[in-house]
Design a protein around this ligand. Structure first.
Ligand code: NAD
Ligand code: MG
Length: 387
């Protein structure tokens, strides 16, 4: 029995994780669940999965959660950073599932590592901001970081039984998002409602916008760099509109291994929770030859400048990826709120990056400071753009 602390259980990845838990009750239990403010959803999950700990961000939401559950309920309810830390280090948990969105995932992830918990990590922003530190601490603590992101799960699967020295290239596939074939001159008119419609995947709002700008693929390059310990030049982004090949690895003898499957996150989640075992999942099968032709293309960096910015941040390293990430989070939030045009997202990030004085990253403190600075600066740029 693997007991899970699921951080961000009410989100898209969190709910898919709980579907896997529900499908294999003899293998998994959820012992701690956390959310930001979706109290009703969390209350239903607590009733269904009976964890020992439930956490929300605000104290008033914690009170509301207790009210919803009724006085007799035995779950412990906590709030805020202390609560998230308690869930990430929960004594009874064998594994932490990192499914929060954004920079908020960094602190609990580090706490989980410190507590010696293996981590199924969906929260890519953590690795974008502080991948070097996270991976080094995990290694020294003997903690496994298992990828949940579908591309990284694919790469991880392709690498099983292989030797690192034989790896020549990582081919990170990208669907291209909803605007792959939209002419660049129409980008200005893109509204949140259109950008939120991903052709192949159903995901939370932030990553769906990141997929539309291709920032998501840039974040994933940085994520892959740290997860697999390779140089940025080893990784190549390949557009693959069908989302059937989840990524590939090329070896020095010219062989290329690809991992394929239906686009459903439960596959990657279940593998992170149970590898090397494969669970009998009730997912749609690739019914060959039905998927038909698979297409591969080069990404258009002029049309999708967010990808170019992320590749640059990856090359520069140090605090730049954290600055990229923070400015992107601010810009995406403003776009979703109707305060910023789609094409302005890249501009806000570029300007914030240009003004950042690169600090050779020392520790988490320096990274958090760069994150704070970038959020503040991006907010000002957004304000000026919308005012
Ligand atoms: P989501 O928005 O659907 O869910 C986010 C979860 O985190 C919710 O439970 C929410 O309550 C919680 N949360 C949000 N902000 C928080 C904060 N500041 N503090 C604490 N908790 C907070 O997001 P998602 O699509 O499930 O994505 C989660 C993470 O997984 C992201 O980092 C995303 O990039 C990554 N990811 C998602 C998918 C996908 O298919 N959805 C695929 C690959 C990677
Ligand atoms: Mg992905």
């Amino acid at each position: 029995m693997k007991r899970l602390a699921i951080l961000g259980s009410t989100g898209s990845i969190g709910r898919s994780t709980l579907k896997v838990v529900a499908a294999f009750p003899e293998r998994f239990a959820a012992v701690a669940l956390t959310a930001r403010s979706s109290v009703e959803k969390l209350a239903r999950q607590v009733e269904r999965f009976s964890p020992q700990l439930a956490v929300v961000e605000k104290e008033k939401d914690a009170r509301r959660l207790k009210e919803l559950l009724g006085a007799g309920h035995r779950v412990e309810v906590m709030s805020g950073r202390a609560g998230y830390r308690a869930a990430a280090t929960f004594e009874e948990a064998d594994m932490v599932v990192g499914a929060m969105v954004g920079a908020a995932g960094l602190e609990p992830t580090l706490a989980a590592i410190e507590a010696g918990k293996d981590i199924a990590l969906a929260n890519k922003e953590t690795l974008v901001m502080a991948g070097e530190i996270v991976m080094a601490r995990a290694a020294s603590r003997g903690v496994k970081i298992l990828p949940v992101d579908s591309e990284h799960s694919a790469i991880f699967q392709c690498l099983q039984g292989q030797r690192f020295r034989d790896l020549e290239r990582i081919l990170l596939t990208a669907s291209g998002g909803p605007f792959l074939d939209t002419p660049a001159e129409d980008f200005e008119k893109i509204r949140p409602g259109q950008a939120l419609k991903h052709p192949n995947w159903s995901m939370g709002p932030k990553i769906t916008i990141d997929s539309a700008t291709l920032m998501n693929k840039g974040l994933e390059v940085i994520e892959a760099r740290w997860l697999f310990g390779v140089s940025p030049e080893t990784i190549r982004v390949v557009i693959h509109p069908q989302s059937i090949v989840h990524s590939m690895v090329a070896f020095r003898d010219g062989a290329v291994l690809a991992q394929m499957g239906a686009p459903d996150m439960r596959g990657a989640i279940a593998y992170a929770l149970s590898c090397p075992d494969r669970l009998p999942l009730d997912l749609p099968r690739l019914d060959f030859p039905a998927p038909g032709s698979l297409e591969f293309r080069r990404p258009d960096l002029d049309k999708f400048p967010c990808l170019a910015l992320a590749l640059e941040a990856c090359r520069l390293g140090a605090t730049m990826p954290a600055v990229l990430n923070a400015a992107n989070e601010m810009a995406v939030e403003a776009f979703l709120a109707g305060r910023l045009a789609f094409t302005e997202i890249a501009r806000v990030i570029r300007q914030t990056m240009q003004e950042h004085r690169l600090t050779e990253s020392a520790g988490v403190g320096v990274i958090m400071e760069a994150d704070r600075w970038a959020r503040q600066r991006a907010a000002q740029i957004i304000q000026a753009a919308s005012g």
